[in-house]
Design a protein around this ligand. Structure first.
Ligand SMILES: NC(=O)c1ccc[n+]([C@@H]2O[C@H](COP(=O)([O-])OP(=O)(O)OC[C@H]3O[C@@H](n4cnc5c(N)ncnc54)[C@H](OP(=O)(O)O)[C@@H]3O)[C@@H](O)[C@H]2O)c1
Length: 299
């Protein structure tokens, strides 16, 4: 990545402003996705555990107070490293984890969002994260062989038991969110979304309308070759294309909380510098008008 003006100083996630999740959890809008601190294929331990722990600690030093993870990252590895690096946690740290989508091998996923499995997954996350209650517990994905209502009712029950503070959903269409909200308050939606992939545009609008947090996964488009339009704006602003992509997300909606994933302190610092990058309206409009091909992302 090219050296940029905004990378010449250390920047805090706080510069992105704040959003209050579920009416009581105020976080800085630029968070951190902890999927990339596992081994290759989101499987097993990282090659360099010290570097993974340093990345997590640096995120907190730089004002990140929203960390996204899941029981399936590793599996278990990401949650265990979060606890190892950060416990006892800062009082303002929100850890958003997920259950209901298993990782049986490198690069593989299996649906498993039945009530019994969700209860077991939650217990595992509580133990690994050393918590009595998960601040934001997200249903990782709808399960084709379990009714959506049954999965959400199971989470609502666990919330009633005090083990979950707030419930979020992931990899959903708007109908899922609407049906879930008839059962229990839904505070967040996590779908794939970035400058290069706007398939979930209408859900972002829905979340904004209802003040639901929207956590775009793959907010950097998984750092694939940047679009020419991003490169051009980046050059004008003396920033990097990935920083512009994050600044575009932050401007797209007040409810968007990007969670860029990285296993490197250097990349983390570059990404968090985007919190301080002011994307002028004209450049934002120009980027928003770009027509984009399908992305073909991996996870
Ligand atoms: N709900 C879901 O189904 C779902 C699915 C996928 C991800 N997620 C969550 O969303 C988070 C973000 O998604 P993601 O990690 O797939 O994609 P991403 O944030 O778009 O991109 C991550 C990739 O970009 C690289 N990268 C990060 N910063 C960089 C920089 N400054 N310069 C160059 N390369 C950089 C990372 O490699 P390095 O490690 O080398 O930096 C990694 O390969 C995950 O960590 C996870 O918490 C959720």
């Amino acid at each position: 990545m090219a050296k940029s003006m905004i990378n010449e100083q250390v920047h805090s996630a706080a510069a992105a402003g704040t959003f209050t999740i579920g009416g009581d959890l105020t976080v800085n809008r630029l968070g951190y996705g902890a999927m990339r601190i596992t081994g290759p294929g989101i499987w097993g331990p990282p090659a360099d555990e010290d570097s993974a722990l340093a990345t997590l600690r640096r995120a907190i030093d730089l004002g990140v107070n929203l960390v996204d993870t899941a029981d399936s990252y590793g599996p278990a590895v990401s949650e265990e490293l979060i606890a190892k690096a950060l416990y006892p946690y800062p009082s303002d740290l929100v850890i958003a984890t997920k259950g209901g989508w298993e990782r049986p091998g490198p690069g593989q996923w299996t649906h498993n969002a039945g009530p019994r499995h969700l209860a077991e997954s939650l217990e595992g996350s509580l133990k690994r994260l050393r918590l009595d209650r998960i601040d934001v517990y997200q249903l990782h994905a709808p399960d084709n062989v379990v009714s959506w209502e049954a999965s959400i009712e199971a989470l609502a029950k666990l919330r009633d038991q005090g083990k979950i503070r707030h419930i979020g959903v992931s990899n959903v269409i708007r109908e899922h969110v609407e049906r879930a909200r008839r059962i229990v308050p839904i505070v967040s939606v996590q779908n794939r979304y970035s400058f290069a992939d706007r398939e979930s545009d209408f859900i972002v609008d829905y979340c904004e309308q209802h003040s639901i947090a929207f956590l775009p996964w793959a907010p950097l488009g998984q750092a694939q070759e940047a679009h020419e339009a991003l490169k051009k704006v980046a050059q004008d602003l003396e920033a990097s294309p990935l920083q512009v992509a994050l600044a575009w997300l932050l401007k797209r909606s007040r409810v968007i909380l990007p969670i860029p994933g990285t296993s490197s302190v250097k990349h983390l610092e570059e990404n968090l510098a985007a919190a301080s990058l002011e994307l002028p309206q004209a450049e934002y409009d120009e980027l928003s008008a770009v027509s984009l091909p399908a992305t073909g992302l991996r996870d």
